[in-house]
Design a protein around this ligand. Structure first.
Ligand code: ADP
Ligand code: MG
Length: 396
């Protein structure tokens, strides 16, 4: 188990007046110093506010962009202090080159953003000297950035070995949700894996067959599986060279008692474009000049019935080319079924992935899933069964 802020607040000596380094994800889209999407700032807020309200000197660590170990004024986190301040409605300071003396004279209850961690060449190499120098600034370390936890950097991993380490509120929520979904889920468990390519999610598929009862394959990667089974997929996006791999995954699923669901009807078109002329056909009726852009209504209905028998769902990857209506139909329909089952309380639903989050929001159900992870790479590595270094370092 990992320690949380509850454990930190229970420290017999208290945290009032003490400096706490808090790793957040402030890697937000920013144009001309203006933040265009403040989702991550909002996610950071509870931890920062709670620690400051208990009198800690909160020192915020984060990376921004890819400065590659060099100081790049365009990637300074200084504007982020202002952005955080306006989201939080309280003063947020900035310290470019902090030392312990500068920290000592900060006010208890203050929040101070430190400079982009990736300005330091030692950050990405997890350099012990940099870790020691950073650790000397504070008495405690809180990691609240799940999305960076798949990297063993000083600010995400190294510090956890040098200071008493705790999970922040956002990290805690993410870890609890993921644990419920895949580490100790209620069975039956269904996984939806969609998206464009099998090659980008091979390790996810391989890991999931040993974990879940139903593996639902959609999106472009379903084409690769269909082709591997001898179906003619026309001009569909398809990785024909992965036929053997796809068949090996199907065999492994069979041995693990995991039922794999491939679509038996699909929506096809001759061009990859919104509102392209299309028809729904049995997978064996795709013409040589047609491509599969979504799964069909009959398949969606069957998959909805599968979800109704399940207690847990993990979802990564859209079922079709959802950016191009009407090829968003299957994704939207199955997402709404999952959302309804979640609201009714029969299903715990966890989803993640850049396009998946966009697709769920497009379906209007982003808030109805039990948990939606915006972590991207870290979420996928977690779905691959990899122990994330930043999380592992908290489990001590
Ligand atoms: P995520 O970001 O959630 O992990 P991916 O990046 O793997 O998801 O996949 C999303 C992309 O897959 C979308 O851009 C979507 O258009 C594409 N896609 C889904 N189904 C198909 C299909 N049948 N043919 C081509 N592209 C598809
Ligand atoms: Mg994507």
């Amino acid at each position: 188990m990992f320690k949380t802020i509850d454990d930190l607040l229970a420290d017999p000596h208290g945290i009032a007046g003490k400096p706490v380094l808090v790793r957040e994800d402030l890697n937000v889209p920013m144009h001309d110093g203006v933040v265009s999407d403040d989702t991550r700032l909002l996610a950071a807020m509870p931890t920062l506010a709670e620690l400051a309200d208990h009198g800690a000197k909160v020192l915020v660590l984060a990376h921004f962009g890819r400065p590659d170990g060099k100081v790049d004024p365009a990637l300074s986190l200084q504007p982020m202090a202002g952005a955080l301040a306006s989201v939080m409605g309280r003063h947020v300071g900035f310290l470019g080159a902090p030392d312990r003396h500068a920290v000592d004279i900060l006010e208890p209850g203050s929040i101070t953003v430190l400079e982009n961690t990736r300005f330091y060449p030692g950050e990405k190499t997890n350099d012990p000297a940099l870790a020691k120098q950073m650790a000397s600034l504070a008495d405690f370390y809180v990691n609240d950035a799940f999305s960076a936890a798949h990297r063993a950097h000083v600010s995400t991993e190294g510090l956890a070995h040098l200071l008493p380490a705790f999970a922040g509120r956002a990290m805690e929520a993410e870890l609890k949700a993921l644990e419920i979904a895949l580490d100790q889920p209620e069975h039956p468990v269904a996984a939806v894996v969609g998206g464009s390519k099998v090659s980008s999610k091979l390790d996810v598929l391989t890991h999931l067959v040993g974990k879940v009862d139903h593996l639902i394959i959609g999106g472009g990667m379903a084409n690769t599986f269909l082709a591997a089974r001898g179906v003619d997929v026309g001009t569909s996006l398809c990785e024909h060279d992965l036929a053997e791999t796809a068949n090996a995954i199907l065999d492994a699923a069979d041995k693990a008692n995991c039922t794999v669901h491939l679509p038996y009807d699909v929506v096809v078109a001759k061009t990859f474009a919104a509102h392209a002329d299309h028809r729904t056909v049995n997978v064996h009726e795709v013409a040589a000049d047609e491509m599969i852009l979504d799964i069909g209504d009959a398949a969606v209905e069957a998959l909805s019935d599968v979800l109704k028998t399940c207690r847990t769902l993990v979802w990564n990857g859209p079922l079709g080319a959802f950016e191009y209506p009407p090829f968003d139909r299957a994704t939207v329909a199955l997402a709404r079924t999952a959302a309804a089952l979640t609201r009714e309380g029969t299903l715990v639903s966890v989803a993640g992935g850049g396009d998946t989050v966009a697709a769920l929001n497009h379906a209007g159900v982003g808030d109805d899933f039990s948990y939606v992870s915006t972590a991207g790479g870290a979420f996928l590595e977690w779905m691959e069964g990899i122990e994330l270094p930043g999380v592992k370092a908290l489990h001590r």
